[in-house]
Design a protein around this ligand. Structure first.
Ligand code: AMP
Ligand code: MG
Length: 398
């Protein structure tokens, strides 16, 4: 048998086939989770004016310490109507505009206020409790670069910088099709030999978290006609992900029917455990992934192969899974032929490195065991054993 592709080779073949989707302008409110197609510049200085960091009194630092008349009251959004003159104080709220002439704010905790006077007990330095205009960034500065994904913090940065609309690539339209005569939906009674369908839900959630707009097609039995109709529908999407039916059994129909429908297979089978029989092909601009049916194989195959493609379709600058360094908490035997993704729990290790505790129950049908994992540990193929404490790389789930 020919050498199987490595994970990296398979990922490269996939990314070579990805053409980023068209760019569209999106209101910031609808841009959560999307990837910027262009750098974004700030419309205003941030903060847009010198503002108070505290509730207190705006003064000239050279007038402190001392007792000063309170000549005005400034609230956030309601600036003073006149400048502050020598020997005066103005009450000011957090976020209020520091009045012209003032260079410091004395927090309310450090003053004694009486009638219309305020006694400042200690000398303040120039700039104390004042947030300078443009201290976060300046108008015209780049807030975010093309290829960055709009997570909550980045959305907030754009909103604060006055950005109302952004250029993003379109959201990939993804279709999910699960195959298997044995599959029943949760809530239905199980007949002999039947199991509950899990992969459709997992894949739909994974796709959504990668930014796709997901359609779940009704599951199909291992029947050629049913496959044909459903796959044809799925091939209208930008990404079609199937589960099951890509192995070597007589009822594994997905690849054959896809070929009949014009899908050009790019690869089938990768040296990875779980998930070896994964298939990837293209028809026109549609990317077609066939994931094996065992739920953990499907889950792992998605993270290694489908998520990077969905991110790359959106122009994401760094679409491949981000493995981080950690240490094994227990010894693991290597698989001689395939890189293995081992379900594990991460812990704090005494030396600061993340500890990785492999879970019991590593078989690819054991989705309930896998639910206790927060990471996948990459165990490179080889003939030996990785001892406890060995440095490894892991991928965070979810
Ligand atoms: P297959 O890849 O079709 O040979 O399926 C491999 C194993 O995964 C079999 O035990 C199937 O019953 C099971 N399986 C297939 N599809 C699903 C699914 N959507 N949810 C849960 N288990 C599945
Ligand atoms: Mg099957």
């Amino acid at each position: 048998m020919a050498e199987l592709l490595t994970i990296e080779e398979a990922q490269r073949l996939i990314l070579e086939r990805v053409r980023p989707l068209a760019v569209e302008r999106v209101p910031l409110e609808d841009a959560g989770g999307r990837v910027l197609a262009e750098p974004v510049r700030a419309a205003v200085d941030l903060p847009p004016f010198a503002s108070s960091a505290m509730d207190g009194f705006a003064v000239r630092s050279e007038d402190t310490p001392g007792t000063l008349p309170i000549v005005g009251r400034i609230a956030a959004g309601a600036p003073a109507q006149k400048p502050l003159r020598a020997g005066e104080a103005m009450a000011i709220s957090t976020g209020g505009v520091v009045p012209e002439g003032a260079d410091a704010v004395i927090p309310i905790e450090y003053v004694v206020e009486r009638d219309n006077d305020v006694e400042i007990l200690e000398a303040a330095s120039s700039g104390a409790a004042v947030r300078p205009r443009g201290g976060d960034l300046h108008a015209g500065d780049t807030v975010l670069e093309a290829g960055e994904r709009l997570d909550p913090v980045r959305l907030g940065a754009l909103a604060a910088a006055g950005v109302a609309e952004v250029a993003c690539s379109a959201r990939p339209r993804a279709a999910v099709l699960t195959t298997g005569t044995e599959l029943r939906r949760p809530g239905e009674p199980l007949g002999p030999g039947e199991i509950y369908e899990a992969n459709g839900l997992i894949l739909a959630a994974q796709l959504a978290s990668a930014g796709a707009d997901v359609t779940r097609l009704p599951a199909v039995a291992d029947d050629e006609e049913a496959h044909r109709g459903a796959l044809e529908r799925g091939l209208d999407a930008d990404v079609l992900v199937t589960s099951g039916g890509v192995s070597v059994g007589p009822h594994d129909l997905v690849r054959r029917i896809e070929a009949e429908l014009g899908v050009e297979e790019v690869f089938w089978r990768v040296a990875v455990k779980p998930g070896k029989p994964v298939a990837f092909g293209v028809r026109g601009s549609t990317l077609v992934f066939g994931l094996p049916g065992n739920p953990v194989s499907s889950l792992v195959g998605f993270e290694l192969f489908v998520r990077p493609a969905v991110l790359a379709l959106q122009g994401y600058s760094d679409p491949l899974p981000r493995f981080e360094p950690g240490r094994l908490a227990a010894a693991l035997r290597q698989n001689p032929a395939r890189d293995e993704l081992v379900r594990a729990r991460s812990t704090d290790a005494s030396d600061g490195a993340v500890g990785l505790e492999p879970l019991a129950g590593q078989e690819s049908h054991m989705i309930a065991r896998a639910a206790a994992a927060d990471v996948l540990v990459l165990v490179p193929r080889g003939g030996g054993e990785l001892p406890a404490g060995a440095p490894v790389r892991y991928l965070r789930l979810g």
